[in-house]
Design a protein around this ligand. Structure first.
Ligand code: NAP
Length: 328
């Protein structure tokens, strides 16, 4: 029986692990079998994480976070959670390998997954020219003509990165104004290989066994036209990964796990959530890391408030000394 199990190994999960380990809680981190390290493993240079003035590669940052957590006694398991029993005072976590772990507290930090356009051609040609990860798949598009869909920071970052490989990169955006930050916009706009296609959405992705183009629909006048392409990178945002808990924990209207004010307390005592899975707005590595800190501190307070072995777990909101979530 553990004191705390942390599900997820992005900046939120590893930061929660660093704090929990330093508090002698010997956390077990379920890091996932293929997505360990989270979204930053698919990123190139991270220029806005404090402490790295020359930038740091996403995977390097995650390796450092992992090493920092392990240094203080966190144990990391590269497996996927397939079932969760969170209702009682003892939380049970079942992994794909069949291993079962139990703990007094769980931190749910599963992050978010790339959003899909939701059209037939996208499903059919996924992995055959349709990609959600420029750093993973960009190499396959040397001297090819490709498109990035989206108008946020992710789309600008992916488009700029892909110009290292592709001969031309279209950015297809449904409006005539970008959502991306100014610095990311300016970098993409200044790049000669990038051409913006404004007020356009993808009605379909064309091709039998591989992408040959897209059917574009003008969002202003509804007219359609084909654009020949070798690949499509979808970068239209992310959705919180809540499939393991959607019938167990209260969710917000945006689909994130609901937490109590500025705390990490979910609708079940002893279950805490952190990072992108609770954040529909900011979704930065540094905000996820800070959210992991909050979760670890909340876990510490919760465990400190638990009674004698076997006594029922107190309601998290009633634990003495827990900071008032709504206090400024
Ligand atoms: P985002 O900011 O939510 O932008 C998503 C973009 O995709 C928007 O331009 C949106 O259009 C478009 N979009 C959404 N659904 C669509 C659909 N069904 N069809 C076509 N277009 C669609 O997502 P993001 O770019 O992934 O960024 C998420 C967060 O991560 C942001 O906070 C961002 O700052 C951060 N981030 C930071 C960096 C960095 O600083 N290095 C890099 C990547 C991401 P509308 O604009 O019309 O809504």
């Amino acid at each position: 029986m553990r004191q705390v199990i942390i599900i997820g190994s992005g900046p939120a999960g590893y930061t929660a692990a660093i704090y929990a380990a330093r508090a002698n809680l010997a956390p077990l981190v379920i890091a996932s079998s293929v997505e360990a390290g989270g979204e930053l493993m698919n990123t190139t240079e991270v220029e806005n994480f404090p402490g790295f003035p020359e930038a740091i590669m996403g995977p390097d940052l995650m390796t450092k976070m992992q090493q920092q957590a392990e240094r203080f006694g966190a144990e990391i398991v590269y497996d996927d959670v397939v079932d969760l029993d969170l209702a009682g005072p003892t939380k049970t976590v079942t992994l794909g390998s069949g291993a079962v772990h139990q703990a007094d507290a769980v931190v749910f930090a599963t992050g978010s997954a790339p959003r899909k356009i939701g059209i037939d051609g996208e499903r059919r040609l996924s992995g055959r020219g349709v990609s959600y990860c420029a750093t993973c798949d960009g190499f396959f598009f040397r001297e090819k003509v490709i498109a990035v869909v989206g108008g946020g920071d992710s789309a600008m970052e992916e488009a700029t990165f892909l110009t290292k490989f592709a001969s031309k990169v279209y950015v297809i955006h449904r409006r005539d104004e970008l959502r991306a930050s100014k610095i990311m916009q300016d970098r993409a706009i200044a790049n000669d290989k990038i051409e913006f296609v404004w007020n356009a959405e993808i009605a379909d992705i064309l091709g039998e066994d591989a992408v040959t183009g897209v059917l574009l629909r003008d969002t202003v006048d509804g007219t359609e036209r084909e654009l020949p392409l070798d690949g499509v990178f979808v970068a239209i945002g992310n959705d919180p990964r809540t499939h393991l808990v959607h019938d167990k924990l209260a969710l917000t209207p945006e689909g994130t796990v609901q937490v109590d004010g500025r705390s990490s307390r979910t609708s079940i005592p002893g279950v805490f959530a952190a990072g992108d899975v609770i954040d529909p707005t900011y979704r930065q590595a540094v905000t996820a890391a800070s959210s992991g800190t909050v979760a670890a501190l909340d876990v510490e307070h919760y465990l400190a408030g638990l009674g004698e072995a076997g006594a029922p777990a107190p309601d998290a909101a009633e634990i003495d000394g827990l900071p008032d979530a709504d206090a400024a």
